[in-house]
Design a protein around this ligand. Structure first.
Ligand SMILES: C[S@@+](CC[C@H](N)C(=O)[O-])C[C@H]1O[C@@H](n2cnc3c(N)ncnc32)[C@H](O)[C@@H]1O
Length: 276
């Protein structure tokens, strides 16, 4: 089993997000489909005031920032940070106001000298190898509220697990042991404990179950392989057609319970946590 190296992981992750950012934005995030119904919930929970200074960590292509921008006026400030240059260029393209700034930055190395009224992070926290460091920095910069959105457990987000379980069964070492994964904080208690450990209080947890229409099985498979599994697709394909076909057939079985008249409609649990 390969050993997890956080620097190598971040380099690969950045390359991957640079590749998938346009499809991610135009096919998912900006359409507010499936899990992205949470964007409104995250911003609503943050209770943004017009003059707030807001930080959007791992802002990606800027969908949360875009929603925040509707709530702040010219005296407010919005800063988005992300390590993907392509994602940031999409965010900058759609949000051009002078009090909205996007910076290419590793969330584990943020060094702002001023404080923020609100800090948001939608679908980012599970990707940081050193979550404690990010939360600790966030707590020191925060005057008001932090709101985090994460995906639920593997059982609660079958879009991911229906393919990933067979992949891991056939290729257990596809990722180094200890690599971050999308379900890392799927159990809300883990995120609550992480926040408490870092010194946050007033923690509230909201659980949402959205639905996502993934289309036919072939559409789902293609979409998954070119988005979520983009970084490991070559390793899967290199295993040869026999293994790929086995993974595909097991995934087909897994989604049958969510399939109606050839279309797969997945339930999708999202957890939104706020703290101060
Ligand atoms: C699933 S996207 C979420 C983007 C955005 N928050 C949204 O809701 O659409 C995850 C983002 O985390 C960013 N990311 C991952 N690790 C990061 C890190 N260490 N520092 C900054 N950004 C990171 C990726 O570049 C990617 O844009």
């Amino acid at each position: 089993m390969p050993v997890f190296d956080p620097i190598e992981y971040k380099i690969n992750s950045r390359t991957n997000w640079n590749t998938v950012a346009p499809d991610y934005h135009y096919g998912w995030a900006n359409k507010h489909v499936g899990p992205f119904k949470s964007t409104l919930e995250v911003v609503r929970m943050a209770e943004i005031n017009p003059q707030d200074k807001v930080l959007d960590i791992a802002c990606g292509t800027g969908v949360v920032s875009s929603e925040v921008s509707r709530h702040i006026d010219k005296d407010g400030l919005l800063i988005g940070v992300d390590m993907s240059r392509t994602a940031l260029s999409i965010a900058r393209h759609s949000l051009g106001k002078s009090n909205i700034n996007f910076f290419e930055m590793d969330a584990e190395n943020m060094a702002f000298r001023f404080t923020f009224d609100k800090i948001l992070c939608q679908y980012g926290i599970m990707f940081f190898p050193n979550v404690g460091k990010v939360l600790d920095t966030a707590r020191k910069m925060l005057k008001g509220k932090i709101v985090l959105a994460v995906h639920g457990t593997a059982e609660d987000v079958p879009y991911f697990s229906s393919i990933m379980r067979p992949v891991l069964k056939h290729i257990p070492d596809i990722r180094p042991e200890g690599s971050p994964n999308v379900h890392r904080f799927g159990n809300a208690t883990d995120l609550k404990e992480e926040l408490e450990r870092t010194g946050f209080s007033d923690i509230t947890v909201a659980r949402h179950v959205f639905s996502y229409d993934a289309g036919t099985f072939d559409e789902y498979w293609h979409d998954y392989m070119h988005s979520t599994a983009n970084s490991i697709r070559k390793k899967i394909e290199d295993m040869g057609n026999k293994i790929v076909q086995s993974i595909k057939e097991e995934a087909r079985q897994n989604v049958s319970v969510y399939t109606r008249e050839d279309r797969i409609i997945f339930p999708w649990t999202v957890i939104v946590v706020s703290a101060s």
